[in-house]
Ligand binder design. Sequence first.
Ligand code: HC1
Length: 582
Amino acid sequence: MLTITIDGKQISTPKGTTILEAAKKAGIEIPTLCHHKDIFPPEVQKSGGCRICMVKDVATDKMIPSCAEPVTDGMRIISSNKKIKQARRNILESILENHLIDCDHCLRQKKCELMTLAKEFGLDHITSTSVKRLVEKMDISSEGINRDPQKCILCGRCVRVCSETQTADILSFKYDGFPNQVTPPFSDEVSPQYERQLKDTACVECGQCVTVCPTGALTEKSHEERVWEALKDPNKHVVAQTAPAIRVSIGEEFGIAPGGVSTGQMVASLKNLGFNKVFDTNFTADLTILEEGHEFIDRVGKGENLPMFTSCSPGWIKFMEYNYPEYLDNLSTCKSPQQMFGALAKSYYAKKAGIDPKDIFSVSLMPCTAKKFEASRPEMSQSGIQDVDAVLTTREFARMVKKANIDFKGLEEQEFDNPLGVSTGAAAIFGTTGGVMEAALRTAVEVITGKELGGIEFQQVRGYEGIKEATLQVGELEVKVAVCHGLSNARKLLEMIKNGDAFYHFVEVMSCPGGCIGGGGQPLPATKEKRQARMDAIYEVDKNLPLRKSHENPAVQELYKEFLGEPLGKMSHDLLHTEYTE
Ligand code: HC1
């Protein structure tokens, strides 16, 4: 252990800790804009880019960036004095003058770290309507993410999360002597004026860059307007589906502590907004397990296309299409629960309710920005009309509730509509890393062995570890499974498989850290602690449901009886499965 003294306070800390971390541990807050403690691996958390966190090293009498400097034994630091405050103020002033201040129209609003700091330093009177640097125009080319270079403060968090946590490498600094822009790489390859857009890159639209951006430079592409219009249109029958991870995070937007479960209020707020029916993506998560479970059993029987990879995380699908196309045949052919729901809403439900599918406007509420891209894929409209018409992230949904002046916390809880609102605990756990695998095992083991499972909780695939592995004896077969989250872990796992260093029968991959609970559309700020609280809440939801295995869902059983026939049958093939090509 090393000893450091900050503002006269002695602190013991392990080697490798930065001054900023040591100060935090001792309850001394140092402001910063470029540091983000949850970008992994930990080495890249040390940025030193914005210099707001400057402190004084007493021994050298020099100012040093506390987020980048590791503690040395006996170090003495002054975290704040008049001179340090003035230096921070000067830096902040220059950042503000190079940032388009457009708070009334900015999606970040009260969650902007720059404006919070500006207020703290008494600089919130600065109103820059243009930036001094020469920057590119706004990039609205992607389906899920907008990028506004005029609001970028060059902190580099997005560059680090994209290259390190996700290994996608889509954003980089562009230099004009010194870093003056963050853009997709090689933007000036064609000519100095050439502006490469997100659509020209291998961006998977996971939105992790959005979750770490301290300002509104990176945001979700909002579908709020198109949903308001549908709600106002008397000829539209507007239905909602809500993702497993939304119910454990939406409350945060209304002052409920992370980990609170707000299913009833979530349903009630959607009804208050004017949705004709409020259904649940969890219903089709159960359906996915029936289809995917049978697909897995079929593949193991034939020894074909193993390992089978889950296919519900659209960022992961895109990542594979761009980086590992040789494994596309290994993906499950199941559409994601979002898209299975979309297909059923405009077929099964339309028929049952006697509504022309063209009059149904289908909205999904997702923790994810990549789901916007998924809904727009040509593979997702086999009926000739788009299966999902709009995708709202948790943040957009919260904005709509606030705009409508709905008192979310005070709402009386309401229930989902039937039949697409019935689900089990297995579906609930889809929202966290390991959940799809555990749900699949709960069904596959019983189908294969014909015996009821004793314990249904598969602890081996739970938790925050980047890559989890388990070997299970299922009847005669020893089944090897793996679970990973965050695309850097997916890359590691795929390389192991490719090099013959690992073999699995079944692999679950979720693009975002923690799975959907850590999605790019979730409430901000994004921290590991919040993700953990949401994860715990997901398992609570599962525990409290009367049915916890997908094949026991009575509404899914009825769907097969009335409409689909059997898992992997012709109707399922047409509506619920697809194939991805490079
Ligand atoms: Fe997910 Fe899924 S769990 S992908 O993480 O399979 O977004 O929540 O809705 O489709 O069910 C997201 C969450 C979500 C799908 C399901």
